[in-house]
Ligand binder design. Structure first.
Ligand code: DC
Length: 228
């Protein structure tokens, strides 16, 4: 096997990006970085400090406090992937709630938040051999990535997946709220001024509304094996 490559996976929420990314990282022994977790951790910080809520966002205060946010990933051997730490506290569970999902797109529109996280993500890719998923990886973080994938699926399929995930972990949620959140995040993520979610020209698109993870994974491995 040659030198590790950079694989950028972008797409809408709940399109199975992280499932595919984790499988790829495992198979090729690459580092996996879930950039959505980083935006979620900043949102958790903003929420705790009352810089963001359902109907407000204090952009100025959040930006002034960005220096007090330290993000890191620590590999959890039992789970087989790295968990998100905010100021050295494991926040993996706290960042996955519907409440954070409802605030994260708003926080992600702030350019100073984006430039801080993009710089950290680019550093992580310095040594190659990385699978990174998010919304702007192939367009902004690694425009020269060796392989770019763009995942889509119908809003209904995605909301059903997210609903199942939350129910399985014991959260009490309503399907209608999840569908609304999925559609609302699509809208904000795709229309924001700074690095909106768009498919990079050279990204390969996968619509997995009706495609199983196994089939998709195999197709992507074929693409990777042609490169490495
Ligand atoms: O992948 P996710 O659903 O956990 O991401 C949560 C939010 O974070 C998403 O709605 C938009 C934002 N995000 C972003 O703006 N840029 C990224 N690279 C990753 C996520």
């Amino acid at each position: 096997m040659g030198k590790g490559i950079i694989i950028a996976i972008d797409g809408f929420s709940s399109t199975g990006k992280s499932t595919i990314a984790k499988l790829l990282a495992n198979k090729y022994n690459y580092i996996y970085v879930d950039t959505g977790a980083m935006y979620r951790a900043v949102t958790l910080f903003a929420k705790k400090n009352n810089f963001v809520g359902e109907d407000f966002l204090d952009e100025e205060k959040l930006v002034l406090n960005l220096k007090n946010i330290s993000l890191s990933f620590k590999f959890n051997k039992d789970l087989g992937f790295a968990e998100m730490y905010l100021n050295n506290v494991n926040v993996e569970k706290k960042i996955r709630t519907l409440e954070i999902s409802q605030l994260v797109s708003k926080v992600s529109t702030i350019s100073k938040v984006r430039s801080k996280l993009v710089a950290e993500q680019q550093l992580m890719g310095k040594n190659s051999g990385i699978v990174m998923d998010g919304r702007d990886i192939g367009t902004v973080v690694f425009p020269n990535a060796d392989l770019k994938l763009f995942m889509t699926a119908s809003a209904d399929k995605r909301a059903r997946r997210r609903y199942k995930e939350l129910i399985d972990r014991g959260d009490i949620v309503d399907y209608k709220d999840i569908l609304f959140n999925v559609e609302e995040r699509d809208r904000i993520d795709s229309t924001r001024e700074d690095s909106p979610l768009i498919r990079a020209e050279d990204a390969i698109e996968f619509d997995n509304s009706d495609m199983g993870i196994k089939e998709q994974f195999e197709r992507i491995c074929t693409l990777i094996d042609r490169i490495i």
